[in-house]
Ligand binder design. Structure first.
Ligand code: ATP
Ligand code: MG
Length: 568
């Protein structure tokens, strides 16, 4: 279960509206009060190396939310400093997802690669200050020279070079005189620092790669720890919010902005990543599921990439509710998928029409109902939200009901149909079961009933009551559609990763496809439209596999839930 972590501020005398603020807000409040900054400027800086997922949604909504809360600004920035894994496809998908979530960057869209000249200048500045030098060590040697947690590192022979020599060599690096890996630029900090990140970190490397935006202009690329603070500082970011694994990199972040003499340098704040139990987050692992063909593309509705959640029928509001419930914390925690499911149910329950669909049909014949066309009945679209209006649905002598709504020999407390019992057909009449037919295997094929015309829904009939209400569709007019029932793509018994070989434990039954009978009006449903199928769950029209007049429905979530909203 996720931790709900609105840390209360220590000082009890603070005014009421400040109580319950998360630790980042408290930090910002303090900065503003002390005049460290006079505004709040945040950013979301993804690497365009995959599709965004639910964890990113947390970061997006947090950064955007803070900018809005404080009347500040929010930048969208691609951290595209590593051309090997980056693609335009990912740039576009990420922008679409962020927009869909409602985070509006207005005209503030930036690319880290636009700062390559600035970063180069910054590196030259460091060299001139004697704060950076060119090294001839190979990657392995650098690792070896770096030492260990118990031993200080060894001096890099390159660190004795003069400023002039370093400037000339760095320029040669830029001009393509060296092969990949032949030379790097290192920051001169402290080879004995207890923080390994401070032991003369590499800040530039040679890499002859074509960048998706800058093409072949550059054959040297900055390392993340050097590039990121420059990107933030150039954009005037005040609070650079990142996840916990960068905590140990903060001294380096501060070193870079200090040595480059930015006037009001940004400040890095770390928070805990969002994890979901038995769910694959992490671009790298989602990518693996996609590449191994286990998932059917990045937007396979069984994944938690934002595009998959959207395809499945999740709404931005439900994701925001989820992220808010999870809270912002410094401590790693794991949230439950059931909480995300709770959020989408809550969001859709009043917003969407409730319609009738039969997923496992058995025929019901009303022996005393006239043969022929039947009639049209009026049904409320959502009894809890009148604004959704009503619709007309066909009714006639032959219907389909769910197989599980009839039993020959029911247990106690079964209030649905069985021989001799009367139930209400939702939006229609009372029917009483008079007989049934079975096939040679004893499987029920037809349920026979009689109806009472006096009991029509909305007629005010109240001479007798029934305990059960079941849903149905008109057999001759119902539309047959494809419905997909999803379970976790991960085998929950085993957990995500196989302990022996690190592979992913896949649930082979995570996608079941059935043919269902639905109200004919649903044939006009458009991509991304969603509905409650009464007594069953929420379903959304698949945007990829549906065709005009032939919608395919994805189950977003069933109505059943064991989740209880945590108090407080
Ligand atoms: P992944 O491992 O999934 O690729 P990442 O951190 O490498 O994640 P980036 O594109 O670098 O992905 O991340 C962009 C922003 O999103 C960063 O600020 C990062 O800290 C944040 N972020 C990534 N994963 C999560 C998560 N699970 N919860 C909260 N924030 C996250
Ligand atoms: Mg990454």
């Amino acid at each position: 279960m996720s931790e709900i972590s609105n840390i209360n501020i220590e000082n009890e005398e603070n005014n009421e509206e400040k109580v319950g603020r998360n630790f980042i807000e408290q930090f910002i409040d303090k900065d503003l009060a002390e005049g460290v900054y006079d505004t709040v400027h945040t950013r979301f800086p993804p690497e365009p190396n995959g599709y965004l997922h639910i964890g990113h949604a947390k970061s997006i909504l947090l950064n955007y939310g803070l900018a809005k809360e404080y009347g500040g600004k929010f930048n969208m920035r691609f951290d595209d400093t590593n051309p090997t894994k980056e693609k335009i496809e990912f740039v576009n998908s990420q922008l679409e997802d962020i927009k869909w979530l409602g985070a509006d960057w207005e005209d503030r869209l930036f690319f880290a690669s636009d700062y390559f000249p600035k970063m180069y200048e910054g590196a030259v500045k460091l060299i001139k200050k004697g704060k950076a030098y060119v090294s001839d060590l190979s990657a392995d040697e650098i690792k070896e020279y770096r030492g260990t947690l118990t031993e200080p590192g060894k001096k890099d022979p390159g660190s004795d070079r003069s400023v002039e020599e370093n400037l000339a060599l760095f320029e040669d690096m830029k001009n393509g005189k060296f092969a990949d890996g032949e030379k790097v630029l290192r920051a001169r900090i402290d080879m004995a620092s207890p923080n390994m990140n401070m032991r003369d970190p590499v800040i530039y490397r040679v890499a002859h790669m074509t960048h998706h935006r800058t093409g072949d202009t550059w054959c040297i690329y900055p390392m993340y720890d050097f590039a990121h603070p420059i990107e933030d500082a150039e954009e005037g970011i005040t609070h650079s919010i990142c996840t916990l694994e960068f905590e140990d990199h903060r001294p380096l972040y501060d070193w870079v902005v200090r040595e480059l003499e930015y006037e009001r340098p940004p400040r890095q704040i770390e928070f805990a990543k969002l994890y979901l139990k038995n769910v694959v987050t992490g671009k790298r692992y989602i990518k693996k599921l996609v590449e191994d063909g286990i998932a059917d593309g990045w937007d396979d509705p069984r994944l938690v990439s934002i595009s998959a959640l959207r395809r499945r029928g999740y709404t931005p509001e439900s994701i925001k509710m989820f992220v808010d419930l999870c809270g912002v914390s410094k401590a790693n925690s794991v949230a439950d998928m059931a909480m995300l499911e709770y959020c989408i149910r809550e969001d859709l329950k009043l917003k969407r029409p409730r319609v009738m669909a039969i997923l496992d049909p058995v025929k019901l014949v009303i022996d005393n109902y006239p043969e022929g066309e039947g009639e049209m009945l009026e049904a409320a679209n959502n009894l809890e939200n009148e604004e959704l209006g009503t619709r007309m649905i066909p009714f006639s002598r032959e219907l389909y009901i769910e197989r599980e709504d009839f039993m020959i020999d029911p247990p106690k407390k079964y209030f649905r149909l069985f021989p001799g019992n009367e139930v209400r057909l939702m939006n229609a009449y009372f029917v009483k079961c008079v007989s049934y037919e079975t096939d040679e295997n004893g499987e029920v094929t037809v349920v026979h009933c009689t109806y009472d015309p006096e009991t029509k829904s909305g007629s005010g009939f109240n001479a007798r009551k029934v305990k059960g209400t079941i849903h149905w569709v008109d057999a001759s007019k119902a539309a047959e559609v494809e419905v997909r029932l999803f379970e976790n793509i991960i085998d929950e018994e085993k957990g995500v990763y196989n302990e022996e070989d690190g592979s992913i434990n896949v649930n082979p039954d995570s996608r079941k496809t059935v043919k269902a009978f639905v109200e004919p009006g649903l044939l006009n449903a458009k991509a991304f439209e969603s509905f409650q199928f009464v007594r069953n769950g929420f379903y959304c029209v698949d945007y990829k596999d549906s065709k005009e007049g032939a919608p395919v429905f994805n189950r977003i979530v069933s109505l059943k839930s064991s989740f209880v909203l945590p108090k407080n």
